[in-house]
Design a protein around this ligand. Structure first.
Ligand SMILES: [Zn+2]
Ligand SMILES: [Zn+2]
Length: 111
């Protein structure tokens, strides 16, 4: 049957809060639920959080892929701020900490 809630409770259908005065479906011995479940504001709050998670995931993914310097992808152990000529070919490279020398994108694994 449909009654006015006299106590604050939790909706058995949507899990949302039942406020005093809400119209609820109530049967003895069963969990009460909203007659009409409200759209939960929590879902609105979840969207930006999800977006932030995606952005964070993209950033951490890019970091694990490496660094982009002058359009070239370098390994994660490259130091883009520390530029220098490649010890193999003399082209502009970056410090590769794993190699202990400056290497260009083509020779970054050549050590
Ligand atoms: Zn509900
Ligand atoms: Zn090189």
């Amino acid at each position: 049957m449909t009654i006015m809630a006299r106590y604050v409770g939790t909706c058995g259908r949507c899990g949302g809060q039942i406020q005093i005065g809400d119209r609820i479906e109530w049967e003895r011995g069963e969990r009460s639920s909203h007659v009409t479940c409200p759209k939960r504001p929590a879902q609105l709050g979840a969207a930006p959080r999800t977006q932030a998670n995606i952005i964070n995931a993209l950033f951490s993914c890019a970091a694990s892929l490496g660094h982009v310097v002058d359009g070239n992808l370098y390994k994660p152990d490259a130091h883009p701020a520390d530029r220098g000529p490649c010890t193999r070919c003399g082209r502009s490279g970056v410090w590769i900490s794993g190699a202990g020398q400056h290497l260009c994108a083509r020779h970054q694994d050549d050590y």
